[in-house]
Design a protein around this ligand. Structure first.
Ligand code: SF4
Length: 380
């Protein structure tokens, strides 16, 4: 028997061979329908993402219930600036990725061949949700590697989180097929989608994937779901920093998604197969933000740099600095729920009565200690 089915927790008999969803057979191969690569696998083969495998003529997921680590982060680090600012998030990821980005900033867990050996002990959806409650977190984030490739695990964990009143966040590149997309985002409260560039050339050559499915995902999230959406664009010198391309991207966001979708321009650091490319100059991020604001986008931020002015949220109407930030720290808060305290303008996003006070802390959580601290029913 492969795996042991459980909708929201319980024991995982064989996390390395969890029954996958979204596949079919054709010409003696198992064909994956989860992402637009549609890997066609012979017996024993792994997909491009490395975590889905043809095992006995069926597709299995070999990272269900296995994490590369847990950490409590500020929600601003996802980054999400309009989703319960100042609150804490229990973040975790697994291994592998369905993208092939040469500039990957987390390649040790997405691309390293031996990462599966470093996966931690089993963490069921139920355990993760209970741990988040015990640790006082407001949300659980599926992040570090793209949760699309471990959608079954993320979905079950999201259900367990919702049963406990926790919110769920997906940090993803959005490279997913329509059917699993609906099931995946159906259980998410917020998402940050990486829009990695704005040409098919860039996507094809620098990420080994395609642009259009990502644009389709963005439009679907904005118009067909209730998931709160923010976008990140990692600006890489000489690769996707052309001002004309950035302007086209901003125009597309304005026209297809609306002017109130927050956009984060973040700085690249040399990594993986782009170690010769320099770090993004702050000036480039400042210029990109200027282009976005000229285009008409209301909420544009810079990230991975020290720039409080451009990390803060301003009222699009009266220009008041509503949420003052330095990195992930909030020093000003001028919102009444989602309205500007001065002029009453409605700010897009989801906000509580008050901001959280988690601050800039990043607290790694030892999975073994976490396990020991849990109530017995969560680890049955
Ligand atoms: S999710 Fe993985 S196995 Fe499935 S098509 Fe994408 S890369 Fe291939």
């Amino acid at each position: 028997m492969i795996g042991t089915k459980s909708t929201s927790g319980g024991r995982i008999a064989d996390p390395g061979r969890w029954p996958a969803r979204w596949w079919h057979t054709a010409k003696a191969r198992v064909v994956c329908d989860l992402c637009p690569r549609h890997c066609a696998l012979k017996e024993g083969d792994h997909g491009f993402c490395f975590v889905r495998q043809n095992s006995g003529g069926r597709m299995v997921l070999n990272t269900y219930g296995r994490s590369t680590g847990f950490c409590i982060d500020p929600v601003e680090k996802k980054p999400l600036h309009h989703f319960y600012p100042g609150t804490s998030v229990l973040s975790f990821g697994t291994a592998g990725c369905n993208m092939g980005c040469k500039f990957c900033q987390a390649w040790e867990i997405t691309k390293s061949k031996n990462v599966l050996d470093r996966l931690s002990q089993t963490a069921t959806p139920e355990m993760i949700a209970q741990a988040a409650v015990q640790l006082g977190c407001d949300s659980v984030a599926f992040t570090y590697n793209d949760p699309v490739i471990w959608a079954e695990y993320a979905i079950d964990t999201a259900h367990a989180c919702h049963e406990r009143g926790l919110k769920t966040i997906a940090v993803t590149a959005g490279f997913i097929c329509p059917e699993p997309r609906n099931a995946f985002f159906d259980v998410m409260d917020a998402t940050n989608v990486d829009l990695k560039g704005f040409t098919e050339y860039f996507y094809r050559h620098q990420t080994l994937s395609h642009l259009q499915p990502v644009l389709d995902t963005l439009k679907w999230i904005k118009h067909e779901s209730s998931v709160w959406l923010e976008i990140t664009n990692l600006v890489i010198p000489g690769a996707n920093d052309d001002p004309g391309e950035i302007r086209q991207m901003c125009q597309w966001i304005r026209d297809e998604l609306g002017d109130d979708v927050p956009l984060h321009f973040t700085a690249f650091h040399p990594d993986y197969r782009m170690r010769e490319t320099p770090r993004t100059p702050s000036r480039t991020l400042v210029d990109a933000r200027k282009i976005a604001i000229e285009t008409g986008l209301h909420y544009v931020y810079v990230g991975n740099v020290d720039d409080p002015k451009r990390q803060s949220t301003y009222c699009p109407d009266c220009k008041t600095r509503l949420i003052g930030r330095r990195w992930y720290d909030i020093d000003t808060y001028q919102l009444d729920q989602n309205r500007c305290r001065l002029c009453g303008y409605t700010i897009a996003g989801q906000f509580g009565e008050k901001p959280g006070h988690w601050g800039t802390k990043r607290v790694p959580v030892d999975p073994a200690a976490l396990l020991r601290s849990l109530e017995p029913e969560a680890i049955r």
